[in-house]
Design a protein around this ligand. Structure first.
Ligand code: PLP
Length: 286
């Protein structure tokens, strides 16, 4: 049986059902999902799943695309079109389609809503259940692998948005020990009173920035000392300079941290020098 999906107001054959590649679900995992078992044509635990869906949306400050009653009608219609009375229904809502940028689209865009369903052979499931199943234990790393440049960027999105709402360009993320790890989409650097460049070491749970690595080589060429180590928010606020690095920002000076001026509150000479050298080398193709 050819499946039918609901996508943003339309019931479409699965082969034609699609969302934009600029959808924030695809780009950032900036969305929520919910799923129901369908038994005897009814959604099992319907209210419990709707309540959690509404909570998830509220936590992410995402608009609910339609009322709970309307959503239920659309789900039941999707099941009807698929002739499913015993099965499983999946719903996903994302923050919608917008040019890629971590912060929330401003103005807000229409959230994306998709619903798919599949038949389930509950008699076969019952046979499985009679036998029982095995589990294998695994470390709970959710999501503790910031070294992987994954598209699961929802925490980064929320941090960037919070920073923007605080009037800042970037968020600096702070670990449980009060030490800066990195930015939401950049690596973090400070320059101490001796002129030493300090950036978090890669034993920490951070992305190994390509710009960060290149800058360490550049610093060595320019005979600027670098220390890879943890630094606290207080140390950063008292630093001579602070800056961030990323392919999207090269070397960008930071003039304030949580409202406290860094140095004299103006872009510092070390960041400016590194930025100029970095761009110059990149233009020459080095
Ligand atoms: N840290 C995070 C979390 C990032 O997402 C990025 C870039 O996207 C960076 C650091 C900087 O990495 P790169 O210099 O490779 O662009």
């Amino acid at each position: 049986m050819a499946g039918v999906a609901y996508v943003n107001g339309r019931y479409l054959p699965l082969s034609e059902a699609s969302v934009s590649i600029e959808d924030r679900g695809f780009q950032f995992a900036d969305g929520i999902y919910e799923a129901w078992a369908v038994l005897g044509g009814k959604l099992a635990d319907a209210a419990g799943h709707f309540e959690r869906m509404e909570r998830s949306l509220a936590e992410l400050r995402m608009a609910q695309p339609m009322s709970r009653a309307a959503l239920k009608l659309v789900i039941l219609e999707t099941l009807r079109r698929n002739r499913i009375t015993e099965g499983f229904c999946y719903l996903q809502i994302t923050r919608g389609q917008a040019p890629r940028d971590h912060g929330f689209p401003n103005p807000a865009v229409r959230p994306s809503l998709i619903i798919t369903c599949k038949p389930v052979d509950y008699a076969a499931e019952a046979r499985k259940s009679e036998k029982g199943v095995a589990v294998s234990t695994q470390p709970d790393i959710r999501w503790g692998r910031c070294d992987i440049k994954t598209v699961g960027l929802l925490p980064n999105v929320l941090a960037k948005q919070a920073a923007r709402e605080a009037g800042a360009y970037e968020a600096w993320l702070v670990d449980s020990g009060g030490m800066v790890t990195e930015g939401s989409s950049t690596n973090a650097w400070i320059v101490d009173a001796r002129g030493v460049l300090i950036t978090r070491d890669t034993r920490a749970n951070i992305l190994r920035g390509v710009t960060r690595k290149h800058l360490m080589e550049l610093a060595a060429e320019l005979q600027m000392p670098v220390e890879e180590r943890a630094f606290s928010v207080e140390e950063a606020k008292d630093a001579k300079e602070a800056f961030l690095t990323a392919a999207s920002a090269f070397v960008t000076p930071i003039t304030a941290i949580d409202g406290k001026q860094v140095g004299d509150g103006r872009p510092g000479p070390v960041a400016a020098r590194l930025r100029a050298h970095y761009i110059d080398k990149a233009r020459r193709g080095d």
